[in-house]
Structures are given as structure tokens and as C-alpha cells.
Design a protein around this ligand. Structure first.
Ligand SMILES: Cc1cc2nc3c(=O)[nH]c(=O)nc-3n(C[C@H](O)[C@H](O)[C@H](O)COP(=O)(O)O)c2cc1C
Length: 362
């Protein structure tokens, strides 16, 4: 088979067919106006869809009300709101431009380190356990979730998913990685609860499973669900790959259609997502996840050349991912199809990608 052609093979997430193996990882790029998707953001995604990616993941779609809370909790700044129906038209515009060019869209539902049940009470830093700092810049949690509050959060995820579906979004993504709220429940490092939400793998996964059940309830069983997870959280006494391999089947039994694999918490004692992370660093974690699931697995992070994409896809036949913040990497699929010299595309990408620097391009 000609070089790179395998990257153009379609695949499915649930019942949604994607035209190739290029997945644009989620990014919060702050092109929002008070949590509303702007013309600029729609244009950004349209360029990527037109460039040929199979799936666009809209980063950080916040499920709880953040209005009027900046700057105290800047992790929410720049996120797209999805906690109210007023946000539906913005998502509908992204879905429309992506579909026009043949791409599919996932909305990544998110809570970082803070939460409130509604806009009438202050946004506070929350965590599964009050004895562990609730993330970089936040300090010790102001609140530990009660079971009643967990039930409210689960409802918020379900409602957010319902809005995404109404907007024409194809896939619901749950961010359960990088030390954000869902991951904090999954991880042995940050979850010291003694109730049914802490302790065993099954208990630590309960919050995520309940979210998935709720999404199925509001969107129907055929709405595909993608979960992003840190397969090794790189935190002291935290989840290692063995823990993740135990968690994956527990969660998948609730109906998951694909896994996106990353590593670390943001505050992990080593870099997890920037230029000094070696090329393809966490691919082996994804490979191990693949041993316990038949669903598509995306190895993310530092897959920044077509040659690396092909290495991932050819032996294991998985989707590949890359977060092309600038147009050129997003045009790889079109470049391959139109027989542009793919190698020079890849080389050009080294100088323009968000995370690849020429120095790291060997
Ligand atoms: C500007 C920027 C914003 C990001 N926002 C998100 C986000 O909202 N959700 C998420 O899961 N990952 C986010 N990420 C992480 C990327 O999805 C990806 O994991 C990371 O950039 C590593 O992939 P790369 O080596 O291809 O850049 C962001 C990355 C960047 C550069």
C-alpha cells in the first residue's frame, strides 16, 4: 500500500463513521466570548474540517454555570459553556461547518477543579477528598463532594450532553484525564473517600459510570461516547497502567465507544504535554489499553508527523491523533489525498505545529 494511505481508511466510533484516522484532539483555545462560541472559533474549526480531519473534538465544554466567576478560577476561562440552552446555537454552528466539509464533531464535557450547582451560589473548588490539593493554582479544596452533590453533577453532565446532541454534535466526550474532576475520582492519589465513590477500582470509577449512564439516559443508547483518560496519572501513589486496565472494562460495561489515552495530572512531577515530551512518548500506554478493549483507542500526545501517525496505525490499526492548532497539520489528510509529497508536509508541520519545535524535529 502506498505510503500513508492507511491513515485515510475510515473507522467507526459507535454508529458514527469517520472518514479517516485523523482525530483533532480537544483544545481550549479561548476563542469564546463569555463562554459563547465566537465566529473566530467557528472559523478555526471550519479550517480544520476543510483540511480533512476525520474528527474534531471541541475542548473543555463546561457543564456547570461559570458566569461572572473570573478571574478566581481561571481554568474555566476560555472554556465553551454548555450548562444552559443558550449555548446550543454556537455548537450547532460548529457542527454545521464541520459536516459541510465531511468531518464529525465531539464535544468534550468538562469540570476542572471547581463547581457549583447553579449560578445563585459561589463557584468553589471541589474534590472527591478534602485532604489533597485540588489542582494547580487552586490549593486545598474548599469542599469535598457530598453524595447529593455528586448526583447533581451527574445530572449536569446529562443535560450538557442533551444540549450537544440537540446542536447536532456527533459524539459525547467525557474528560476523565489529566487530573481534572472525573480523573480525581478515578485516581488513588486524589480519591481517599471511604464511601461507595472511593476505595476499589469499581468505587473510584462509579462517578464516571454514573455520568455515562446519565448521558445514555438523556441522549439515547446510540449516542457514541468517547472517554479521555490518563492511563498512568504519574502522581505519587496514584493510578498506574495496571489500575487503568482494571478500570477500563468496568467503565466500558456502561457503554463507551472509544478511548483517548493520555498521561499524567497537570501537576505531575514531569512534563506531560509540551515540546520537551519526546515524540510518541505515551503510545505504549495506549497499546496496553488496547489489550483490554475492542474499541478504538487514540494514543495522543506528540504524534506530530505523518511518519509517527503511520507507525501508530500500521501495526495496531488504530486511529491516530494530533492537535493541529495551525492549519497546515490539519491539512495532512487533504495533502495525502492530493498526492502532495507527504514527507515535506510532515517536515513543514514541524515548523508550524503547536507543540513541535524545529529543534525537536531531529
Ligand atoms: C492550547 C491547548 C489547549 C488544550 N486544551 C485541552 C482541552 O481543553 N482538553 C483536553 O483534553 N486537552 C487539551 N489540550 C491537550 C491536547 O489535547 C493534547 O493532549 C496535547 O496538546 C498533546 O498533544 P500534542 O503533542 O499533539 O500537542 C490542550 C492543548 C493545547 C496546546
Amino acid at each position: 500500500m502506498a505510503k500513508y494511505q492507511k491513515l485515510l481508511e475510515p473507522f467507526k466510533i459507535g454508529n458514527v463513521e469517520l472518514r479517516n484516522r485523523f482525530v483533532m484532539l480537544p483544545m481550549t483555545i479561548e476563542k469564546v466570548d463569555n463562554y459563547h462560541i465566537t465566529d473566530d472559533l467557528v472559523d478555526f474549526y471550519e479550517q480544520r474540517a476543510e483540511g480533512g480531519v476525520g474528527l474534531i473534538e471541541i475542548g473543555s465544554c463546561y457543564v456547570c454555570d461559570c458566569f461572572g466567576t473570573e478571574p478566581k478560577y481561571h481554568t474555566t476561562t476560555g472554556a465553551c459553556g454548555i450548562w444552559d440552552d443558550q449555548f446550543i446555537p454556537g455548537f450547532a454552528r460548529v457542527a454545521e461547518v464541520a459536516h459541510k466539509h465531511g468531518a464529525k464533531v465531539a464535544a468534550q464535557l468538562e469540570l476542572c477543579y471547581e463547581w457549583r450547582p447553579n449560578g445563585d451560589v459561589p463557584l468553589l473548588s471541589y474534590a472527591p477528598s478534602a485532604d489533597v490539593p485540588s489542582g494547580p493554582f487552586v490549593g486545598m479544596p474548599e469542599r469535598e463532594y457530598t453524595k447529593e452533590e455528586i448526583a447533581q453533577v451527574v445530572k449536569q453532565y446529562g443535560e450538557a450532553a442533551r444540549r450537544a446532541k440537540e446542536a447536532g454534535i456527533d459524539i459525547i466526550e467525557i474528560h476523565a484525564g489529566i487530573g481534572y474532576m472525573v480523573m480525581r475520582f478515578l485516581s488513588k492519589y486524589s480519591n481517599h473517600r471511604t464511601d461507595e465513590y472511593g476505595g476499589s477500582a469499581e468505587n473510584r470509577a462509579r462517578f464516571l459510570c454514573e455520568i455515562i449512564d446519565e448521558v445514555h439516559k438523556t441522549c439515547g443508547d446510540d449516542m457514541p461516547i468517547l472517554v479521555r483518560i490518563s492511563a498512568d496519572d504519574l502522581m505519587p501513589d496514584g493510578n498506574r497502567i495496571e489500575d487503568t486496565l482494571e478500570i477500563i472494562p468496568i467503565v466500558e460495561a456502561h457503554g463507551v465507544d472509544a478511548w483517548s489515552v493520555q498521561a499524567g495530572f497537570h501537576e505531575a512531577p514531569r512534563p506531560v504535554a509540551n515540546q520537551i515530551v519526546p515524540e510518541g512518548e505515551f503510545i505504549d500506554l495506549a497499546k496496553q489499553v488496547k489489550t483490554v478493549t475492542s474499541k478504538p483507542v487514540f494514543p495522543g500526545t506528540r504524534i506530530n508527523t505523518l511518519d509517527m501517525c503511520e507507525k501508530v496505525v500500521t501495526p495496531w490499526a488504530w486511529p491516530v491523533s494530533s492537535s493541529p492548532i495551525r492549519p497546515r497539520p490539519a491539512r495532512w489528510p487533504r495533502g495525502i489525498r492530493s498526492s502532495c509529497a507527504p514527507a515535506s508536509y510532515a517536515r513543514a508541520a514541524w515548523t508550524t505545529s503547536s507543540s513541535a519545535s524545529p529543534a525537536s524535529a531531529r
